[in-house]
Write a protein that binds this ligand. Structure first.
Ligand SMILES: Cc1cc2nc3c(=O)[nH]c(=O)nc-3n(C[C@H](O)[C@H](O)[C@H](O)COP(=O)(O)OP(=O)(O)OC[C@H]3O[C@@H](n4cnc5c(N)ncnc54)[C@H](O)[C@@H]3O)c2cc1C
Length: 379
């Protein structure tokens, strides 16, 4: 049986960064189930990977901010840019930084920093146990032992990229609490009463949303399956069940339009896609008539454009989710080392933990930052 100082389980963003940053004198093995490394990095950001963000801060994460903060302090946006120095980047809205050419460049940079003989592909670990100071890892036809084990197995999101529940099961077997993972950064589906929005498939514009005490403002994309686009992806990180309120015209004012007492039709007075305005009027039971002919009651109904409240039906599930919210509770993990407080020598990093970022490069950044936090203490 092969014995290592350190095994990193999972060759995704977190596992690769941990291997690339761990002291070279440690005899390390990365075990990855997929035939290639960094599968999720490869499909991230539409193939260009939104690798980090200029505004990295705990406020863009769902999770315990006192747990997240030390990793973000130790690995900043600048640290990420230094690590990937030389790879062309493209800056987009809200501080997002994407690769100019392809996400593969980031994977190649990570692999460049790893000794390739330390990598084992096409190998799925099915069981992990601990005996006499060593972890024992079993795959279908081979076993491995190691003194220290880093679990970087990711979440259940996007099964096509090899998502598995292994990390949660390993954590549970060592007594860790797992907050039930559910899909996040995922499109939302609609109740039949809101199917009018489906007919607007392909239309996209800026919308503001309110969910309990949170506010969002970004692009909403209507799709034949429901609602998508960056606004919805971010909202899905915090939505469980219940009401959401949309302001379909956050930079405009229905009140001001009404004050004009214009002879123009509603659909010609509101500068949103006409198809949307007509469907909206139909949904709220308003005739498309001249502004100066609206009754007080109708004027009130039109104000719903700023406050349209409804309950989404659900999400498109793990299959279409970019990440999971929930995961291994961080209460039992040391934020300075990522080591389990329940089992010495066992570490958890990346998305497998109960830390989830907003859309905008925050999740890859978390995978890298938590990996760095772990690696710097592996010496
Ligand atoms: C479509 C899509 C687009 C995204 N775009 C972005 C983006 O632009 N920016 C951003 O910040 N985030 C993005 N994300 C999220 C981001 O990719 C993830 O948060 C990040 O890759 C998580 O890294 P990780 O290393 O924790 O997990 P992963 O990258 O999922 O790596 C875990 C690895 O562990 C392996 N594994 C699991 N169990 C076992 C086992 N038992 N044995 C062996 N191997 C195992 C898996 O095969 C996998 O390769 C996107 C996600 C998706 C799905």
């Amino acid at each position: 049986m092969d014995t290592f100082d350190l095994i990193i389980l999972g060759g995704g963003a977190a596992g690769l960064m941990c291997a690339a940053s761990a002291p070279k004198k440690i005899k390390t093995l990365i075990i990855e189930a997929n035939p290639t490394l960094g599968r999720k990095i490869q499909i991230s950001g539409g193939g260009k990977a939104n690798i980090t963000n200029q505004f990295i801060s705990t406020k863009f994460y769902r999770g315990d901010s006192s747990f997240i903060a030390p990793s973000l302090k130790n690995f900043t946006c600048k640290d990420s840019l230094d690590f990937f120095n030389g790879i062309g980047l493209e800056q987009r809205d809200k501080g997002k930084l994407f690769g100019k050419k392809s996400a593969q460049e980031f994977i190649d940079r990570l692999i460049d920093r790893i000794d390739t003989k330390d990598i084992l592909l096409n190998t799925t670990i099915t069981d992990v146990s601990f005996k006499d100071g060593y972890f024992l890892l079993d795959s279908l036809n081979k076993s491995f032992t190691c003194k220290r084990l880093v679990v970087a197995t990711g979440s259940l999101a996007w099964p096509k990229a090899g998502a598995k529940e292994s990390g949660y099961l390993i954590a549970k077997s060592f007594g860790h609490k797992v907050i039930s993972p559910s899909p996040a950064l995922v499109p939302l589906t609609l109740q039949p009463s809101e199917f009018w929005m489906k007919s607007l498939s392909g239309i996209s514009f800026e919308v503001a949303a309110k969910l309990l005490d949170r506010s969002f403002c970004d692009w909403l994309l209507f799709s034949h399956r429901g609602l998508s686009g960056p606004l919805i992806m971010d909202l899905s990180l915090f939505w469980q069940k219940g009401l959401v309120s949309f302001d379909f015209w956050p930079r405009g004012s229905v009140k001001r339009v009404l004050q004009t007492k214009s002879k123009k039709l509603i659909s010609s007075s509101i500068p949103l896609p006409k198809r949307f305005v007509k469907s909206f009027l139909n949904a709220v039971g308003l005739e498309d008539k001249p502004i100066n002919r609206l009754t007080c009651k109708e004027e009130k109904i039109l104000q719903k454009l700023h406050n349209y409240t409804f309950a989404p039906a659900g999400t498109l599930g793990f299959v279409k989710a970019e990440v999971c919210k929930g995961g291994i509770s961080t209460d039992e993990i040391d934020s300075k080392t990522m080591q389990s407080k329940l089992q010495k020598g066992l570490y958890f990093i990346g998305e497998v933990l109960d830390v989830t970022g907003c859309l905008g490069g925050y999740n890859l950044h978390w995978a890298f930052a938590s990996a760095r936090q772990c690696a710097k203490n592996l010496g």
